[in-house]
Design a protein around this ligand. Structure first.
Ligand code: NAD
Length: 356
């Protein structure tokens, strides 16, 4: 039976980079059925809402979702704010699809080691940050509050089931890699972190094929810039993951290269996920053929790996990207003098040819 992929290209450079990712998926398999739907500003322009019910229904019926990006200056002043693309589409989509596990690989490409802010000899890195996305201090009830105008309160709450379900994804992802998890917390201070550590420790004893260690978040932030190659999978809660995944992204040198997945529960034995580049809609370069499609193409590789358990094809796509970069092709964002400048379409085409 063919697999249904919902394609939500969105706004700005979203449609440009998503088109290249779809071409790559079509090239690697004839088994996919693509269904396209509007989201974000494009959907607002069309029907007055950034997340139409039909788009949401399509995502719920699909086996996986390929997402571009939403937003742009044209939509920043929409009233009420709930109808703006990011607030009205992205956040409800994550909530409705229960996408509680955010997976952000950060890998320095051989050809781009010099683009890292770290010294090239320290910049080699191939890790995944596994961030809990729907709990912790960003979501806890009662909501943040200011009692008397001078005192503010945020509440961090985690329950055992929230730690168990994200840790299960982390174990499964670690097994597809070097089978090493560093669980990051602040267990010397926070009670939620002590619960987190207890649960992960218990699960580690039930999964002895994966090596699990624990690290305090401040140490982890330091170790990431000291020696990022020591990490395989970093498993952590929402706020720590927010900060550490941005730190890890920066080490790779460019926003246009980094994919992500947001995963939910297993659906009929398969992981359900939404896959998207970490960058936004880049209105400054939209429609000019300047966008780097690599983050979107690597998001398609993640879709194959996590939703369809096809690690072999995912690796082929990743290898094709590395080979094209090794050969000196560059979009404008990663261009250096002496190398060959490519448009969005030329970069996508070169990756397709390398795949064939
Ligand atoms: P951005 O990621 O869109 O752009 C930041 C800078 O990086 C820009 O200079 C842009 O040209 C460049 N850039 C980004 N992706 C690139 C690519 N693939 N190739 C080459 N260069 C690239 O962030 P921003 O400017 O802060 O936000 C623009 C809009 O996107 C805003 O409306 C924001 O809310 C939205 N946004 C959406 C998402 C999402 O849909 N998940 C994420 C972040 C931002």
């Amino acid at each position: 039976m063919s697999k249904k992929i919902a394609v939500l290209a969105g706004d700005g450079i979203g449609p440009e980079v998503t088109a290249e990712a779809v071409s790559v998926l079509k090239a690697v398999s004839s088994d996919f059925e693509f269904e396209f739907a509007l989201v974000g500003g494009a959907a607002y322009d069309d029907g007055g809402h950034p997340l139409p019910q039909s788009t949401l229904d399509l995502c719920k019926q699909a086996d996986a979702v390929l997402f571009g990006s939403v937003g742009g200056p044209k939509y920043d002043k929409i009233q009420p704010p709930e109808l703006r693309p990011e607030v009205g589409a992205l956040l409800p989509l994550r909530k409705e699809l229960n996408l509680y596990a955010n997976v952000r690989p950060a890998k320095t490409m051989r050809a781009l080691l010099g683009a890292s802010p770290l010294k090239p000899e320290n910049a080699a890195m191939d890790l995944v940050v596994m961030r809990e996305l729907t709990g912790g201090i960003y979501f806890a009830r009662p909501r943040e509050r200011r009692d008397d105008g001078n005192t503010a309160v945020d509440t961090c709450i985690y329950s055992k089931y929230e730690v168990v379900r994200i840790a299960e994804h982390a174990f499964s992802i670690a097994r597809q890699r070097r089978s090493e998890i560093v669980s990051v917390d602040k267990a010397n201070v926070l009670e939620t972190s002590r619960l987190w550590r207890e649960v992960v420790t218990e699960m580690a004893s039930q999964n002895p094929d994966v090596k699990v260690t624990h690290m305090l978040v401040d140490n982890c932030a330091m170790q990431l810039v000291r020696n990022p190659s020591q990490f395989d999978v970093i498993l952590t809660e929402n706020m720590f993951g927010d900060i550490l995944s941005d730190e890890a992204s920066m080490i790779t040198g460019s926003l246009g290269l980094l994919p992500s997945a947001s995963l939910s529960d297993h659906k009929e034995g398969k992981v359900f996920g939404l896959y998207e580049p970490i960058h936004g809609s880049a209105p400054d370069i939209a429609g000019q053929g300047k966008a780097n499609p690599i983050a979107a193409i690597l998001s398609a590789a993640m879709l194959l790996r996590y939703s369809f358990e096809d690690d072999v094809t995912a690796r082929k796509i990743e290898d094709a990207v590395e080979a094209v970069l090794d050969a000196g092709l560059r979009t404008a964002d990663i261009y250096q003098p002496g190398l060959k400048l490519a448009s969005t379409g030329e970069m996508g085409q070169a990756i397709l040819e390398q795949l064939r």
